[in-house]
Design a protein around this ligand. Structure first.
Ligand code: IPM
Ligand code: MG
Length: 359
């Protein structure tokens, strides 16, 4: 039996998580596994209920589970709270830190039939298959923050960006191991022409490269990388980068898959993995059954792969998503002429049926 903590969160989180559970249940039925789900509050929903975006019981539940499935958190309703109570800084970042999830994996894969849904040209994104590995518990998001008053009556705000050799080494090793399983090409992204932390990053990668002679290593500045991702994305296999650069580049890379609604993510490194779509809580479409559940469903597939070592089952989910798309079914974010529109629940049902029937 696998124990899964379920944290739907805010906005569309509460709509998409049940669809991922349907997919997991279909897998359980077909393969005879048992998944036991326990739900808990997180984010704005938790703040409203108990005054804390990351209640101690939620953290405790996560620690005692085999994996965590998260929807999305945040929204305008909570944007003006003191910073430590906001869903992003008060819940998601500490959850990642507490669970020691230093490696965030975001695969940008163009699913067949979706090349028209992207704003980018078909010939640019055809065949894209990139794995972005983002360092998730260090860097400027976790550095010391401060404010002070200045003599001119204004203020000065500071965010510290620092990385240690240890932090860089473990994520870069992780990326090398991933590259070994793929096309053996690793691009390390930094800003070593300006930042000291990036210079240490690059030196550390150059040292580790000696241990992985079978993997081709390259280095790229982050500004260039953001350009190359839309100029010629097929040049990339595995990208490894620090926390903030990875945050920004993965949103950009999501457009290579057609929609950010297609981009799953896995955060691992500690005892318990966390699986969540890369997108946010989308308050503008919340409650309207318009959300695309596929990123969350694909995150559940990553859970089977990375936390439970159920590779066949993970591939069954991914195959089901491919066949639903191949048959022309689309949520509104991916809709185009000649396709059949489904709402969030219909899309989840469709994928679960395919899993059951092995399509
Ligand atoms: C993401 C999100 C989060 C991040 C926010 C919500 C704190 O943008 O998972 O990419 O920056 O890591
Ligand atoms: Mg982000």
């Amino acid at each position: 039996m696998y124990k899964i903590a379920v944290l739907p969160g805010d906005g569309i989180g509460v709509e998409i998580v049940p669809e991922a559970i349907k997919a997991l249940n279909a897998v359980a039925e077909r393969f005879g596994h048992e998944f036991a789900y326990t739900a808990a509050l997180i984010g704005g929903a938790a703040y409203d209920e108990v005054g804390n975006p990351l209640p101690a019981e939620t953290l405790e539940l996560c620690r005692n589970s085999d994996a965590v499935l998260l929807g999305a958190i945040g929204g305008p309703k909570w944007d003006n709270l003191p910073v430590h109570l906001r869903p992003e800084v008060g819940a998601l970042l500490p959850l990642r830190k507490e669970l020691a999830l230093y490696a965030n994996i975001r695969p940008s894969v163009l699913f067949p039939g979706l090349s028209q849904a992207s704003t980018l040209k078909e010939e640019v994104i055809e065949g894209v298959d990139i794995l972005v590995i983002r360092e998730l518990t260090g860097g400027i998001y976790f550095g010391e923050k401060s404010r002070e008053k200045t003599a001119d009556g204004g203020q000065k705000a500071t965010d510290i960006l620092s990385y240690s050799t240890y932090e860089i080494e473990r994520i870069v090793r992780f990326a090398y191991e991933a590259a070994r399983q793929r096309r053996k090409n690793l691009c390390s992204v930094d800003k070593a022409n300006v930042l000291e932390s990036s210079r240490l990053w690059r030196e550390t990668v150059m040292e580790l490269a000696k241990e992985y002679p079978d993997v081709e290593t390259s280095h790229m500045y982050v500004d260039n990388c953001s350009m190359q991702l839309i100029r010629n994305p097929r040049q990339f296999d595995v990208i490894v980068t620090e926390n903030m650069f990875g945050d920004i580049l993965t949103d950009e890379a999501s457009m290579l898959t057609g929609s950010i609604g297609m981009l799953p993510s896995a955060s691992i490194g500690g005892q318990v993995g966390l699986y969540e779509p890369s997108h946010g809580s989308a308050p503008d479409i919340a409650g309207q059954k318009k959300a695309n559940p596929l990123a969350t469903i694909l995150s559940a597939a990553m859970m089977l792969r990375h936390s439970f070592q159920l590779e066949t089952e993970a591939q069954i989910i991914e195959q089901a998503v491919r066949s639903v798309l191949a048959e022309g079914y689309r949520t509104p974010d991916l809709m185009e002429d000649g396709k059949k529109m489904l709402d969030t629940i219909e899309m989840g049902d469709m994928v679960a049926n395919k899993i059951r029937n092995g399509e």
